[in-house]
Design a protein around this ligand. Structure first.
Ligand code: FMN
Length: 376
């Protein structure tokens, strides 16, 4: 199966085409729980893991940790996570993010509910709700922090970095004409609206060097379910700016859901990836209810994408890849896209005490505990 062919992205050889995408369940990054959670997905056969969205300031701001030594301590603890994933046979990258639209105070460490770290204000491209518009100086400071953060991700031993430019978060907001009403060089026509994203990528590239894989999660804009030509242009420009691989999801502003639910069909977001695949040369990752081997393999053989991200299905059953590879698909514990338990920690929905993080897999978040029920 093509699903199990290796792929090399700017020097990083991923053993197969299966990606576990960023999924925020407030597990953190360097603690025993997160290490065991991610390592179990690698042991189950996932080729590349992208960590949950992580506030860029966790990697870029000494102040957030209380000083240079403390940030260095965090970076050094990241090595344990990387080592555990490598031992299990996988690759791992960090998703760097500015989560401006999440309500909170100062950026918390790791899980990341985030505001501007210097002022604590909630910020946006243009003033909206209770957020104020970023000044050009603040935009430049953010670009610098993404670049510095990406370099620290490399120093921490990760195999790659992903910039979160989707799902109505800051980088994505800048591209949307509905949200970005700026009249300076970061707004207006498409060139203006792409500038923050492109400048960020160029700065990241300059800081990490030529030989470190930079992935970009592009939130495609759509007009009534048809990808916007603006997103095709943006994809091409991101490639020129130095992105090595585009992970295609939705902006969250149009018809495509971020996390498709039961009624949505398998491969919901694949048309977005397929359209972008046609206009760039770099590898493309598709996502969105790619839960069966037939769908996953079909995407690869039809050339709709080069890799498939399988999110909630790998929460429900981290051994999906191994089971598929060894012809045991009938043993897979199927995700039913309920978006209930896995959603709750990050989006503050209340669950009964001790409710599992997945209705189908009571072991999620307890992988460190040898006695927790397995789905292997
Ligand atoms: C609980 C939850 C948290 C998520 N957190 C993130 C995130 O941190 N960053 C991101 O880019 N996407 C995030 N997503 C979206 C997933 O990465 C993925 O694109 C989406 O779930 C669709 O893929 P799937 O159908 O295979 O789960 C999240 C989705 C869920 C359900």
């Amino acid at each position: 199966m093509k699903l199990f062919d290796p792929i090399t992205i700017n020097g990083m050889t991923v053993p197969n085409r299966i990606v576990y995408p960023a999924i925020q369940m407030n597990m953190g990054l360097t603690n025993r729980r997160a290490r065991a959670f991610y390592a179990e997905r690698s042991r189950g056969g996932t080729g590349l893991i992208i960590t949950a969205n992580t506030s860029v300031d966790n990697f870029a701001c000494e102040e957030l940790w209380g000083g240079e030594k403390e940030l260095a301590g965090f970076i050094s603890r990241c090595h344990q996570l990387v080592d555990q994933v490598h031992e299990a046979g996988g690759k791992i990258g960090v998703q760097l993010w500015n989560g401006n639209r999440f309500p909170q105070g100062r950026g918390t460490q790791v899980a990341g509910r985030e505001a501007d770290p210097s002022s604590g204000d909630r910020i946006a491209p243009s003033a909206m709700e209770d957020m104020r518009a970023l000044t050009p100086f603040e935009i430049e400071s953010l670009i610098y922090r993404f670049a510095k953060g990406a370099r620290k991700v490399r120093e921490a031993g990760f195999d790659c970095v992903e910039l979160h430019g989707a799902h109505r978060y800051l980088l994505c907001q800048f591209t949307s004409p509905e949200v970005n009403k700026r009249t300076d060089k970061y707004g207006g026509d498409l060139n203006g609206r792409m500038k923050f994203g492109l400048d960020t990528v160029k700065a990241v590239r300059a800081f990490v060097g030529k030989d470190f894989p930079v992935l970009f999660r592009l939130g495609a804009l759509d007009n009534d379910g048809v990808i916007s030509p603006e997103s095709l242009t943006y994809a091409r420009e991101l490639e020129k700016a130095g992105v090595d691989c585009l992970d295609i999801s939705t902006s969250g502003y149009g018809k495509f859901p971020v996390s498709p639910v039961k009624r949505d069909k398998m491969g919901t977001l694949v048309p977005l990836a397929e359209a972008i695949k046609k206009v760039v040369k770099i590898p493309i990752i598709a996502v969105g209810k790619i839960n069966t081997p037939e769908i996953a393999e079909g995407i690869l053989t039809k050339g709709q994408a080069d890799m498939v991200a399988i999110g909630r299905q790998l929460i429900a059953d981290p051994f999906w890849p191994e089971k598929v590879k060894t012809g045991r698909f009938n043993e897979v514990v199927a995700c039913d896209s309920c978006n209930i338990n896995c959603y709750s920690p990050a989006f503050e929905r209340k669950l009964p005490p001790n409710a599992p993080l997945c209705k189908k897999n009571a072991r999620v978040g307890k992988e460190w505990d040898e006695s927790a029920t397995r789905v292997e």
